[in-house]
Write a protein that binds this ligand. Sequence first.
Ligand code: UDP
Length: 325
Amino acid sequence: MTTLVTGASGYVGAHVAWHLQALGERVVGLDAWLNRTQNPLPEGALAVHGDVGDAELVAQLAARHRFDQVVHCAGLIQVGESVRHPDRYWDTNLVAAKRLLDTLRAAGLSPRVVFSSTAAVYGEPSRLPLDEDHPRLPQSPYGASKLAFEALLADYDQAYGLRSVSLRYFNACGKGPYPGVCERHEPETHLVPLAIDAALGRRGPLAVFGADWPTPDGTCVRDYVHVTDLAEVHHRALAYLRDGGPSARINVGTGHGHSVREVLAAVGRVTGRSVPHHDAPRREGDVAVLVAGVTRARSALGWEARRTDLDAIVRDALEGRALLP
Ligand code: UDP
């Protein structure tokens, strides 16, 4: 059984690759190395430098490895950047991803696909927690491009029998037990690593994007899910498809929310230093509350997040920050 993991040098992709390899699966990792520093792949996995939209390269890999499964993590992930540069987001998250599938199909493969989707497909919640049937009204090209690829996957299932699970991630954070593997986004835009860096004096005070949201303390509430739980749910989704499960779209979160101020308090407890911060205007594309409905993950995949203690998540994330220059 050989699994192609795209975006395998990235945060989630690397955790998935190490997790699958630890469970005895053969992994080929493909990554364009868009960040300045890359996560290592485990010994025994094949690391390939290249773009998922490079049909010649993907055709060569398909011929050599005859992939049974694809975990497609490669993609651009910044909401704000996607508003400024939608061309990049549609190119990478839809056009290149489509070319990947078409190249695999042209090689005679019909792999089971697990796709890194996002809670950003929902837009402003009209009910909480967000179940998977909640209307999808993405507020950014990022969310829209991910939703478009979900739609493509549905069409490819119907026409070509290509089954898939789209995992709609909430807020991935923390660090797994794999040497050298951590969150290495450039620029880093996520709350947990930024708050840690601010507490450690590695950057200036953190801007809290909005203190006037309709939430108990006025700051946004998000569902923070540990990246090791995320890695595990990818394995569950692959097993589900291998066992004949029909295509599905599944939320990946804990079902519980934390406000920005609660995250800052946790970072303060864990680092022993308060997080320098100031209130700032709301960030474009943000919504007040995003919390996952987790019923489908439980019923379809038998999965639920286990590493839900916020302080423990921050402790793991802190270990990851120490790996960076
Ligand atoms: N956030 C913030 N300051 C920052 C980065 C993030 O206040 O410097 C807030 C952001 O508005 C959101 C939450 O923290 O409410 C989580 O943001 P993040 O970018 O980590 O993930 P997202 O929810 O956008 O996927």
